[in-house]
Design a protein around this ligand. Structure first.
Ligand code: BGC
Length: 582
């Protein structure tokens, strides 16, 4: 499994998806997931594609080397041409930037590095005018220690906001109240000299955990959500929400017997008392009620995406009962998966089998916390992965630059920014390499990202991997993404059609998407590094007398328009194709 933030690749859950009571992965014939009923128009996110913008790195409009909201607005036409439907923007709220915006000092403002509230309004308006929804990143597990709430809370034991955070006396013999750890390494407790008590922080000590058991805090946070919904936000990505609630008895976390020294310290314990606690879903449900109250007014659904690294069974809990959860608990099953056909096949099968009836699937292959797709898999396999991402059933999320084949950029030690690297150097936990500036052009300084000095170095491959060049090259990765995104828009079978994962053949992962008479598509991805031939097994109903013919409508090797016989299809190493079947 590639290195990642420890809380992000969780507790061995993805590696061992058999939670107590969970359904066993099956080797039986794959389940056919029926075509989705036609949904009300307001459930735009079901056919939508989400694109994650890391605002520091997307486009700088004022030459200070850091991207900003105006920069995003300037690039909306690019996103519209690409064919995505929503942008999720990582945090741009006022922040001391200890964790680059994931430490919020004011939930209802814009950090001056990124612009102003008026810039946000202009961005939302311009995005909506292009049919692009705007999803904000709501960091509700913790605030910054510079948030006025925390300043008040730490000022005395009797301050009215004391209970908005989590304070405890030292352990009887002194020292932290229990063994809970920070995701970024070290104890999760920091002693505050003003009152002699410890406060809890699941991340940096500058990111104190909010106490979601406090009704006043709940009210204030939900009001912050309303603030942005009133300004036109179309929903939220909920940061780190499995951490929202902690064990009320403050019991020690048990030791993780599988921990290997050399990986992050956080993994040395099993976070069973600090994540996925009873009560987390109640918080989510409150948030969903807020979102739904906006839908009740104008019929447009507001989307909640939940950041949760867990087994399919655990993820499903967060869809909530009676729809009172997130519409899309993020599915990271393929993000940490080794690029091997048995693993990929099994992850797809496990996830689709476990999906509760009536819930909508989603797929994520990259984000700002994990190494880039093209670095994890290599450039060819990354293109094949795009074929999977954009033809599997459900809502895909694209991480900015993955559509170009951007790769991790090595960061010289004196330019390291990320606290994950600074706190535990040398373990490969740093996330700067996947957060480098968007590569717009090879013919302007800094890839067209900034006229100043970029906050992180621009990739050395910017001359070949960039938007301007790839837009002119029909064989580019960008052209492949555009083609696949267009197909999703025009072909109901790919957007909402039924799904049947076909039995794995060697290195080939294959599935069928079908929408009655409106189309039938076969996706084939050769996950291996040798050429192979795919011949559907008897009973797959792909062939008629061995003769069913098809046409390649998108693929990684420029074979578009090629006629094939679905009974026998040759695939190059790491080749992915989408075939329209007759
Ligand atoms: C975000 C990280 C961040 C952490 C703390 C995560 O889940 O994706 O980038 O460091 O939460 O807010």
């Amino acid at each position: 499994m590639p290195r990642a933030l420890r809380h992000l690749v969780p507790l061995g859950l993805l590696a061992a998806p058999l939670l107590a009571g969970a359904q066993a992965p099956s080797s039986a014939a794959p389940k056919v997931i029926p075509a989705a009923a036609v949904t009300p128009a307001d459930r735009w996110w079901e056919e939508g594609v989400v694109y994650q913008v890391y605002p520091r790195s997307f486009q700088d409009s004022d030459g200070n080397g850091v991207g900003d909201l105006r920069g995003i607005t300037q690039r909306l036409d690019y996103l519209k041409t690409l064919g995505i439907n929503a942008i999720w923007i990582s945090p741009f709220f006022p922040s001391p930037m200890r964790d680059f915006g994931y430490d919020v000092a004011d939930y209802t403002g814009v950090d001056s590095t990124f612009g102003t509230l008026a810039d946000f309004d202009a961005l939302a308006k311009a995005a909506h005018a292009r049919g692009i929804r705007v999803i904000l990143d709501f960091v509700a597990n913790h605030s910054s220690d510079q948030h006025p709430w925390f300043k008040e809370s730490r000022s005395s034991r009797t301050n009215p906001k004391r209970d908005w955070y989590i304070w405890r006396d030292p352990a009887p013999g002194g020292g932290p109240p229990n063994n809970w750890l920070s995701v970024f390494g070290g104890s999760g407790w920091t002693r505050d000299s003003t009152t002699g008590q410890y406060y809890f922080h699941q991340f940096l000590k500058e990111q104190p955990d909010l106490n979601w058991r406090n009704p006043e805090l709940q009210k204030a946070m939900l009001a912050a959500m309303r603030f942005w919904l009133d300004r036109g936000a179309d929903g939220f990505r909920l940061d780190a929400f499995p951490h929202f609630v902690e064990d009320s008895l403050f019991r020690d976390n048990p030791v993780n017997p599988n921990w290997r020294p050399g990986s992050g310290e956080y993994d040395s314990l099993q976070a069973v008392h600090t994540t996925h606690q009873p009560g987390t879903l109640d918080v989510l449900c409150q948030m969903r009620r807020v979102a739904n109250s906006y839908q009740a007014r104008d019929g447009r659904s507001r989307l909640l995406i939940g950041e949760v690294y867990a087994s399919p069974q655990q993820l499903n809990v967060y869809y909530g009962k009676n729809g009172c959860g997130a519409q899309l608990p993020s599915n990271f099953g393929l993000l940490g998966a080794p690029w091997k056909s048995d693993v990929i096949w099994q992850r797809i099968d496990d996830y689709m089998r476990a999906l509760p009836a009536g819930r909508w699937p989603n797929w994520v292959l990259g984000n700002h916390d994990n190494p880039r797709l093209a670095t994890r898999l290599g450039p060819d396999a990354a293109r094949a992965a795009a074929v999977l991402l954009l033809t599997l059933p459900g809502t895909p999320t694209i991480y900015y630059g993955d559509e170009l084949g951007m790769r991790n950029v090595p960061i010289p030690p004196d330019r390291v920014q990320d606290p994950a690297e600074k706190q535990q150097p040398g373990l490969g936990l740093g996330r700067d390499p996947e957060r480098t500036p968007m590569q717009w052009t090879g013919s302007a300084p800094n890839g067209g990202f900034t006229t100043g000095t970029p906050w992180l170095p621009v990739a050395s491959d910017v001359d070949s991997v960039n938007v301007a060049r790839e837009q002119r090259d029909s064989a580019s990765t960008l052209a492949l993404y555009e083609r696949l995104l267009k197909l999703r828009k025009t072909e109901p079978a790919l957007a909402r059609g039924s799904f049947r994962l076909l039995p794995r053949q060697g290195d080939v992962v294959a599935f069928l998407r079908e929408d009655g008479s409106r189309g039938r598509y076969l996706t084939l991805v050769n996950v291996g590094t040798t050429a192979t031939t795919y011949a559907p097994a008897a009973g797959d109903r792909l062939t008629r007398g061995g003769k069913r013919r098809g046409t390649i409508v998108a693929g990684t090797r420029g074979r578009r328009g090629d006629r094939v016989t679905a009974a026998d299809i040759a695939l190059e190493p790491n080749e992915g194709v989408v075939i329209r079947l007759k």
